[in-house]
Design a protein around this ligand. Structure first.
Ligand SMILES: NC(=O)c1ccc[n+]([C@@H]2O[C@H](COP(=O)([O-])OP(=O)(O)OC[C@H]3O[C@@H](n4cnc5c(N)ncnc54)[C@H](OP(=O)(O)O)[C@@H]3O)[C@@H](O)[C@H]2O)c1
Length: 274
């Protein structure tokens, strides 16, 4: 495993396991299999409805708490200072933990204009030692800038959709300039067409790897943290098996040409669902 050091000194695995769309009753087995395969970073969220199932797997596991890196997120309907503190308590109880490693705002939902006060609740949780780091998801530059202008603790992470068809070049540069770690969600575009692209297929043949491994390796080499999801144990292994090869510069440049601003999820500034 490779690690990234966040802007507060916390070490975070560069490859983790996401559990969006994994039903609660399947999440325990899925996370147990992921831990068995050697994943240590688990990414869940209140809205995924599987924190309890994830928590059960953590409780059953022999991996020590210090070696785990657990992320969860405050949902849009729970934004606001007091609501966020309550939502955090509920998430922690469901996970069966006494702290998380990373607590994130799930979406900025700018229409409601509550993400600054929500972030201030995250700052309190951070200062109280209940989360080792805080950050955001789906934040554009303007949202990040506002947090930095109006709050004290810089976000450690911005988790955003990122894959070869949506490379987030400008946002990545901004985050790099401000020491905010980018974490790529839907790194395989949620299992849709990016893995079938002819260039990705050709690189898979060239490196004797799978299309998913080519894409995940590309993510590592662009310095992001990456959290693919799969409920298939063989794919859990496959997605972890990306530390034994390196894409050369010419091939990284070829993948760069695939960027076409194509999203699987919504445009953050327009997503105001609760
Ligand atoms: N913050 C946010 O707003 C946000 C939004 C979306 C996602 N996320 C996080 O990011 C994680 C990952 O994103 P995602 O779940 O959207 O999608 P993803 O990881 O890009 O893709 C998952 C899909 O790809 C398939 N897959 C996985 N590995 C594969 C492989 N080696 N070969 C072929 N197919 C493979 C999976 O199928 P099977 O499961 O059937 O094997 C599943 O259908 C989520 O689980 C969640 O933790 C966060």
């Amino acid at each position: 495993m490779q690690y990234k050091t966040l802007n507060n000194g916390l070490r975070m695995p560069q490859l983790g396991y996401g559990v969006w769309k994994v039903p609660n009753e399947e999440a325990t087995t899925a996370v147990e299999q992921a831990l068995e395969a050697n994943y240590r970073l688990i990414d869940t969220a209140k809205v995924y409805g599987n924190e309890r199932g994830v928590g059960k797997a953590l409780a059953n596991s022999k991996v020590s708490r210090e070696d785990l890196f657990i992320t969860t997120k405050v949902w849009n309907a729970d934004q606001g200072y007091e609501n966020t503190l309550k939502a955090f308590d509920t998430s922690l109880e469901k996970l069966g933990l006494d702290y998380v490693d990373l607590y994130l705002i799930h979406w900025p939902t700018p229409k409601y204009d509550t993400y600054v006060e929500t972030y201030k609740a995250l700052e309190k949780l951070y200062k109280d030692g209940r989360t080792k780091a805080i950050g955001v998801c789906n934040f554009d530059i303007e949202h990040l800038q506002r947090i930095m202008d109006e709050c004290e603790v810089k976000p450690a992470v911005n988790q955003v959709e990122c894959h070869p068809f949506l490379q987030q070049i400008e946002l990545k540069q901004f985050c790099k300039d401000h020491d905010i770690q980018v974490e790529a969600y839907s790194p395989l575009m949620n299992g849709t067409n990016v893995m079938q692209h002819e260039l990705i297929q050709a690189l898979a043949d060239q490196y004797s790897k799978t299309p998913a491994q080519i894409i995940l390796r590309w993510q590592l080499q662009t310095d992001v943290i990456v959290i693919p999801k799969t409920i298939t144990p063989s794919r859990m292994e496959e997605n972890l098996n990306i530390f034994d090869f390196e894409l050369n510069e010419a091939d990284m440049d070829k993948i760069a040409t695939l960027d076409r601003n194509e999203r699987n999820n919504g445009v953050p500034s327009e997503m105001n669902h609760r």
